[in-house]
Ligand binder design. Structure first.
Ligand SMILES: [Mg+2]
Length: 119
């Protein structure tokens, strides 16, 4: 079981992720709707890992990933990606992203990726 922070500006994505992660026995300790809030909640909650959407207002997922990794180098950040985000994915790898989960969500691949992250 892991303590998870979900960062996504889409209410639907947060709901789906929460449902899938809870089914796997993980605890959602917080949700944030933009990168800045995600960074602040990370610092407050110290979750075992974060799911980080890329396209968000205020501070996007790449900037939030950089901020979190700068202050907490051991942070595990799983980037949530959509089609057409190859360049962003490369930048995320360079910035220390732990793993990637593609939208639309697929139960089995999410499960595999999360078990790698937690294990
Ligand atoms: Mg988004």
């Amino acid at each position: 079981m892991a303590r998870v922070l979900i960062v996504d500006d889409s209410r639907t994505s947060r709901k789906i992720l929460r449902g899938l992660l809870e089914e796997e026995g993980h605890e959602i300790v917080g949700e944030a709707t933009n990168g800045q809030e995600g960074y602040e909640k990370y610092a407050e909650l110290h979750p075992d890992f974060v799911t980080m959407d890329i396209t968000m207002p205020v501070l996007d997922g790449i900037a939030a990933l950089k901020k979190i990794k700068e202050e907490f180098p051991d942070a595990k950040v799983v980037m949530i990606t959509a089609a057409g985000q190859k360049t962003k994915m490369v930048e995320a790898v360079r910035s220390g992203a732990t793993e990637f989960v593609a939208k639309p969500f697929d139960r089995d691949s999410l499960k595999n990726i999360i078990s790698k992250v937690v294990g």
